[in-house]
Design a protein around this ligand. Structure first.
Ligand SMILES: NC(=O)c1ccc[n+]([C@@H]2O[C@H](COP(=O)([O-])OP(=O)(O)OC[C@H]3O[C@@H](n4cnc5c(N)ncnc54)[C@H](O)[C@@H]3O)[C@@H](O)[C@H]2O)c1
Length: 292
């Protein structure tokens, strides 16, 4: 299926960068949000990101201007969906919100349009039933920051059609990404499960007093070539986010092994969320560099 027009729903951390990636790849792209403020902030951030790419010589001025001209912004879902061939939903991570969005998209988007969700934790089978086109629904899971990270996980639910999978994989390639296909929905998909396994082992080693968290981070970087240690990564992602994801996973699986590690719970309850609060495993100064 040929894609010309893309709608991105949600203009937050992920939606704004997914929208920019699509317009840079040449697609006429609309970004929608329920509120005008985040939409205006996204537009401003996109314009300044393009300016800085031009200043660094990574993008020509005409290409930056053309990318901005291919983007439009709207608070009307109906307006944004009307001409869309493919929608990437990147709104707040709440099932009720996403179900309502998918029902509205189903009513407003052309019958051929594919409806994908960028959700990290909700398999698309949870929203496909809100539409009359479950075969055209899947996860298209980008990583943060979406402009930079190459991986996109395309996750099919049992009813996703092969044409939908092929179209979304091809779109990801056209956005300059390296898509991976996940054949069955599983909490955390693949990349976050791998990351979770490393994080859990790091927490276990630390809690048993085998090594300090600083030394565990050092080993991950110097022996495994990871750009960041698991504790540094938890601070970057936000300990609150890690904590809430573990609870959401536990709610789905009922497996006590999926509950957050006690060290994580303790920090969450203290309000030490990592970089965003200035203290997590490490302490962060004004410039958000670790000062320990
Ligand atoms: N942040 C990450 O690292 C990350 C990584 C991969 C995937 N995701 C997924 O991306 C999605 C968005 O995450 P985010 O971090 O960008 O969140 P965010 O909070 O930065 O942005 C969400 C945006 O959605 C908007 N919104 C809320 N309800 C809406 C509605 N009904 N219609 C339209 N817009 C609505 C909000 O106003 C907000 O601007 C989530 O599903 C999340 O699981 C996030």
């Amino acid at each position: 299926m040929h894609i010309n027009n893309i709608l991105v729903v949600g203009s937050g951390a992920m939606g704004s960068q997914i929208g920019l990636a699509a317009s840079l790849a040449g697609y006429a792209t609309t970004i929608h949000d329920i509120a005008a403020e985040p939409l205006a902030a996204a537009r401003e951030q996109i314009a300044s990101r393009l300016d800085s790419s031009v200043a660094k010589g990574r993008l020509s001025r005409p290409d930056a201007d053309a990318a901005l001209a291919r983007l439009s912004f709207t608070t009307s879902l109906e307006e944004g969906a009307a001409g869309a061939d493919l929608v990437i939903e990147a709104a707040t991570e709440r099932l009720d919100v996403k179900r309502a969005i998918f029902a509205a998209l189903d009513a407003a988007a052309p019958p051929h349009a594919i409806l994908a969700t960028n959700s990290s934790t909700l398999g698309s089978s949870k929203v496909a039933g809100s539409t009359s086109r479950p075969g055209k629904v899947c996860n298209m899971h980008f990583f943060n920051p979406a402009l930079v990270m190459k991986c996109v996980e395309v996750v099919r639910h049992p009813g996703t059609s092969q044409e939908t999978v092929d179209t979304v994989m091809e779109l990801a390639r056209r956005l300059g990404k390296a898509p991976v296909l996940i054949n069955h929905e599983i909490p955390g998909f693949v990349a976050n499960r791998l990351m979770g396994a490393i994080r859990d082992e790091a927490l276990r080693l630390y809690a048993e007093g085998i090594a300090t968290f600083e030394d565990i981070d050092t080993a991950a970087k110097t022996a495994l070539g990871h750009p960041m240690g698991p504790f540094e990564l938890m601070d970057l992602v936000g300990l609150d986010v890690s904590y809430l994801i573990r609870h959401a996973t536990f709610a789905e699986t009922g497996d006590p092994a999926d509950l957050p590690h006690p060290a994580l719970t303790e920090m969450y309850e203290r309000g030490d969320y990592g970089r965003k609060t200035g203290k997590g495993w490490y302490r962060y100064g004004e410039a958000a560099t670790a000062v320990k």
